[in-house]
Design a protein around this ligand. Structure first.
Ligand code: IVH
Length: 686
């Protein structure tokens, strides 16, 4: 007699039951969190979960990382690892007016027409519109359908690894459905946010403990996602919605609409509110409908995102430095509330600008408490005629600093005297100078507010990124007299730091190490860090690519700056006056003597003339070895640029497969042409 198939194997039947329970629980998670259509009660769900947990306790060998019980698995981490994104995570340009969205459509038509070498006229162009979720963007990686990694957006290139925390989100499937055509490698972008009711409940708990509540759901979500202990994330329920395939192996679907359908078919949560329109007018209608539904939604949205539907056309339009040309954030009008002005004070920024600020009776504007608002400049205060004691309407638009929209006249009210800009800097007492509408403190290096601000900026994340040097430490360093300019920072000693309140042996050593690490800095970060008026991150990057070295920039005059694509007369003047000032040159020299090494990112040798600097490329036809976007990035990295039509100023036309009329233009104008391979060789040598 054999035991055969009738034998009872407890391990085998436990495994079967465990598998069945997991499948069942995953299905209910999906129905509840993704479909919003639960089929069983919370009690029944808890019973399934309990049974699974008990079986796994009895048979620990059967626990797998993708079991629903393992969403909070590992213990606390010591820090969040940095991870490089597979593709840059772009952001979006935003607009608010109907005319601007029509202008977006016109631009898309014009640029597409140019790329396709035909006139699109009034031809239907499809757009997809979906909510703009007010949360944090994440990158989700699936290998063979299994969730393997998740990261925050960070600076768009590198983010923080929050895999363990994301696993606690029940709306995030740990295993995807294989049909239809699940790619072996899939990178998805989505938004993580907190529902409004969860946000309010969380803030109530925090307030009961006597702690400071979160200002808005986005901050609460960010705090929860970036916890070191995933148990803390699990306690603050977050949800995710996916809206983009960032990369995948195999064949791509042809439109964004199908892309969303695919994501949904694989089991990922996608925006349920969305529309595909055959014209920009349909998008405008969707925006209006969504705006009026906004207050009924259980989560915050701050606009709609409009995307060109055809993915091949998206690729043709490509992207600018940090946002795609084929999509736009079409934001809602700011929310407004009424409150009182308690005082008007003047703050001094790092470039010496004097900004009048209204101190307000705290008021809740769309979920955020507002207690101060900028009044921009003296003209603005006069135009709005805002005075202490007045009743005003404040507005908040996304991330923008709250502003005063208008004054509400109160009949027969005694009003205070009109506001006047001080004649002396409220911080250092130096004379105040006017330039157009703006007032500046003339104290420069002698004004502690400016030194503090420029120090804080120099150390900030996208400049030298000096850990531990924020607003508070910058203020301490300046007030103690240890630092009077940027160069003094690198002359600091550990003993000097130890004289400051809050610094102990360990923190002082860490600060010194952070300083040491920051001594090796890219040219673009350094330029940005100098805080030159009108020179933001983007301009700093453009300058660094164009000139290739700090010496070349310091030797340039107004005309040389103006020759740079994207730099107009105002920025050129600002650059020229900054670099001509002896004091600034001395500080730069001293920084270098103190060991700061300013290098060109990507290994460009400072000082070497750049072979392709200033050259203009045009592409026509398809490329086979690199994508258009990559080709463009490489051209720009070599200091050259890409334009979309051929003119006498074009240096090279790169001719791909099926070239259009641009090739004829090149021949007619006698512009040099390159095959794709010749182009790649040229870049190699640059
Ligand atoms: S698309 C290349 N779609 O808005 C594609 N973004 O202001 C870029 N966001 O950083 C993003 N909802 O975090 C896209 N439906 C949506 C979105 C969305 C929210 C966020 C995203 C981005 C920010 C841009």
């Amino acid at each position: 007699m054999t035991h055969g198939i009738h034998s009872y194997d407890p391990l085998h039947s436990a495994k079967q039951r465990i598998d069945a329970l997991r499948t069942e629980i995953r299905r209910h998670d999906y129905l509840y969190y993704v479909k919003n259509r639960p089929e069983i009660s919370d009690d029944a769900y808890d019973r399934l979960f309990q049974e699974l947990s008990q079986l796994e306790t009895t048979y620990p060998d059967l626990v797998t990382p993708d079991s629903p019980t393992q969403r909070v698995g590992a213990g606390p981490q010591t820090d969040l690892k940095k991870v490089q994104h597979e593709r840059p995570m772009l952001s979006l340009d935003s607009i608010m007016k109907t005319d601007d969205v029509r202008a977006f459509d016109t631009r898309v038509r014009r640029e597409l027409g140019r790329e396709l070498d035909r006139d699109l006229g009034q031809e239907a162009i499809y757009y997809t519109a979906e909510p703009k979720f007010d949360g944090l963007s994440v990158e989700l990686v699936y290998e063979g359908g299994r969730f393997t990694r998740g990261a925050t957006r960070g600076d768009g290139i590198t983010g923080e690894d929050v895999t363990i925390n994301l696993r606690t989100l029940r709306s995030l499937p740990l295993q995807l459905q294989a049909e239809p055509d699940l790619p072996a490698h899939l990178v998805v972008r989505g938004e993580v946010y907190m529902r409004l009711d969860e946000f309010q409940a969380l803030n109530r708990r925090i307030a009961e403990r006597g702690d400071e509540p979160f200002a808005n759901p986005r901050n609460a979500a960010s705090g929860a996602l970036r916890q070191l202990d995933s148990k803390m994330t699990a306690e603050r329920p977050l949800v995710v919605t996916c809206y983009e395939i960032m990369a995948q192996s195999g064949h791509l679907v042809s439109t964004h609409w199908e892309e969303l359908d695919r994501l949904a078919a694989w089991g990922l949560p996608v925006p349920s509110l969305r529309r595909r329109g055959a014209s920009i007018e349909e998008v405008i209608a969707f925006h209006a409908e969504t705006a009026s539904a906004r207050d009924e939604l259980p989560f915050e949205i701050d606009g709609v995102v409009v995307k060109l539907d055809r993915r091949d056309w998206q690729a043709l339009l490509g992207e600018k430095s940090r946002s795609p040309r084929w999509a736009i954030a079409y934001k809602f009008a700011a929310r407004k509330e009424v409150t009182q002005v308690q005082d008007i004070v003047v703050s001094v920024g790092r470039t010496g600008t004097l900004t009048p600020m209204a101190l307000l009776k705290p008021v809740d504007v769309g979920g955020v408490t507002i207690s101060r608002a900028t009044l921009h400049n003296a003209d603005e205060v006069a135009r709005k005629d805002v005075r202490v004691g007045d009743t005003v309407k404040v507005e908040r638009a996304g991330d923008v600093i709250p502003a005063i929209a208008e004054r509400i006249p109160v009949p027969e009210q005694q009003r205070a005297d009109p506001f006047r800009m001080p004649e002396h800097c409220p911080v250092c007492g130096s004379a105040v100078a006017r330039e157009g509408a703006y007032s500046y403190c003339s104290g420069k290096a002698a004004c502690p507010a400016q030194v503090k601000g420029s120090l804080e900026h120099f150390a900030s994340k996208y400049a030298l990124n000096i850990a531990g040097l924020g607003r508070k430490t910058a203020a301490q360093l300046v007030e103690s007299g240890l630092v009077n300019n940027l160069a003094d920072l690198f002359a600091l000693t550990k003993d000097q730091l130890l004289t400051l309140e809050g610094f102990a042996d360990r923190s002082a050593s860490m600060f010194m190490e952070a300083l040491e690490r920051s001594k090796h800095v890219s040219l673009e970060r350094f330029l940005y860090g100098l805080g030159i008026r009108q020179v933001g991150e983007h301009t700093a990057k453009v300058l660094s690519r164009w000139f290739g070295s700090l010496d070349a920039i310091m030797a340039a005059d107004h005309a040389a700056f103006e020759r740079v694509h994207e730099i107009g007369p105002e920025i050129a003047s600002s650059l020229e006056s900054f670099f001509q000032e002896t004091h600034n040159r001395e500080i730069i020299d001293r920084l270098r003597r103190l060991g700061l090494s300013i290098v060109m990112e990507g290994g460009h040798d400072p000082g070497r003339p750049r072979a392709l600097a200033g050259k203009v490329f045009v592409f026509t036809g398809g490329l086979s070895q690199v994508s258009r976007d990559d080709a463009k990035r490489r051209v720009e990295a070599a200091g050259a640029r890409v334009t979309s039509s051929v003119s006498k100023r074009t240096d090279y036309v790169v001719v791909g497969i099926d070239p259009g009329s641009k090739l004829d233009d090149a021949k007619r104008l006698g512009v040099a042409t390159l095959t794709e391979s010749e182009f790649l060789v040229l870049l190699e040598r640059a």
